[in-house]
Ligand binder design. Structure first.
Ligand code: COI
Length: 356
């Protein structure tokens, strides 16, 4: 094993797995780069941060994460620019959200250099894994798990922070079919909906599976108390354009994930002088707007999904169709702008890209 000392010790593998990967047919989250970042928290401090081979982990069967789900994660992407630079998009926002999630889940705060320099060092180590086709990128998954071996219900005293990366293409291929969920809930007021907690995704699996059986790709979650207002979709925040106004559900109920793509699109719209409303959107308003065509664009936004147009919305047994996605003015403009910006092909007027 070849050990190099950069910001963190790097235990480089001898034989890369990269030649076994079909970069022309990448699926989301199926292939993993050669190395991972790993650090441990015990005795009240972070220690032993290093980059090592991507490998299986060994935990006590009593580790808290298996029993009480104390785990959080982030999703980010690295892009290869035409001039050879490698760019991250607003990574500090992911860092801040990660530590807010950690706080909500009673987990140790991550030092900035572990998160940001750990990502950069890992990407440099596995730079050959960054794909360069137009819809491809290197997906970055930082995550934190509670690994104290203890069966009482209390916050863990020990944690492991890791970063893995995955060469990937878009999460959704084309427009998505969604169903408005009016029985199950993703997050209730006062719960953990605003944290990127693994448990939120576990809770979504069963209703999403039922929707899949009915032919839908995803759900639109509604408020947990009355199912009257739309909140977010499975892996994305929701946005719509109604009578020329960009509208998205607000974050104040703390039941919706504060998406970084969501924030970027709101800021772009304001910059382009498009009126923006962050306000509650009733299920009734959405259905009426689709019926009378006041709603001209409906789409999901997120790191993995980027910007995914919604092709139809199922509600109470009826599918409300949208069409002509290629000509949707705002969402295509925003998607193209962000794609070009993330790949360093236009001026970074907002200071959103960070070079690795
Ligand atoms: C992301 O957009 O990075 C997400 O977290 C969605 C993921 C669960 C696939």
């Amino acid at each position: 094993m070849n050990i190099t000392q950069a910001k963190f010790p790097i235990q480089k593998i001898e034989q890369s797995r990269i030649n076994a990967v079909d970069f022309k047919n990448l699926k989301f989250g199926k292939e993993f780069s050669d190395h991972m970042f790993i650090a441990d928290y015990f005795n009240g401090k972070w220690q032993s941060a290093k980059i090592q081979a991507f490998q299986n982990l060994s935990y006590s069967p009593a580790a808290c994460v298996f029993h009480y789900g104390q785990a959080i994660f982030e999703g980010m992407k690295a892009y290869k620019a035409k001039d050879g630079r490698v760019l991250l998009f607003r990574p500090e926002e992911n860092f801040n959200r990660f530590n807010r999630s950690a706080d909500r889940m009673c987990m140790a705060q991550i030092p900035k250099e572990y998160f940001l320099d750990g990502i950069k060092e890992l990407i440099r180590t596995d730079k050959d894994w960054i794909p360069s086709a137009p819809d491809q990128s290197l997906y970055i998954r930082p995550f934190l798990v509670a690994n104290e071996a203890f069966l009482g219900v209390k916050p863990s005293d020990t944690f492991q922070f890791m970063i893995i990366t995955s060469p990937t293409s878009s999460y959704y291929q084309g427009a998505v079919k969604v169903k408005i969920e009016n029985k199950y809930s993703r997050a209730a007021s006062g719960g953990i909906g605003a944290a990127k907690a693994a448990a939120n995704y576990a809770a979504s699996l069963y209703p999403a599976q039922l929707a899949k059986k009915e032919g839908y790709d995803q759900l639109i979650w509604t408020d947990a108390s009355k199912h009257e207002y739309i909140e977010e979709s499975g892996t994305m925040n929701l946005m719509l354009v109604k009578n020329g106004v960009l509208i998205t559900p607000p974050l104040d109920s703390l039941t919706i994930l504060p998406g970084i793509t969501r924030d970027s699109i709101i800021r772009l719209a304001k910059h382009w002088k498009i009126p923006v409303e962050e306000r509650k959107v009733g299920v009734a308003e959405l259905i009426e707007g689709l019926e009378d065509k006041c709603i001209s664009e409906l789409f999901g936004v997120g790191t993995a999904a980027t910007l995914a147009p919604i092709a139809s919305v199922g509600y109470e047994g009826k599918n409300h169709q949208l069409s002509d996605f290629k000509n949707w003015e705002f969402s295509n403009k925003a998607k193209n702008y962000l794609e070009l910006l993330k790949r360093g092909e236009i001026a970074d007027d907002f200071g959103w890209t960070v070079e690795v």
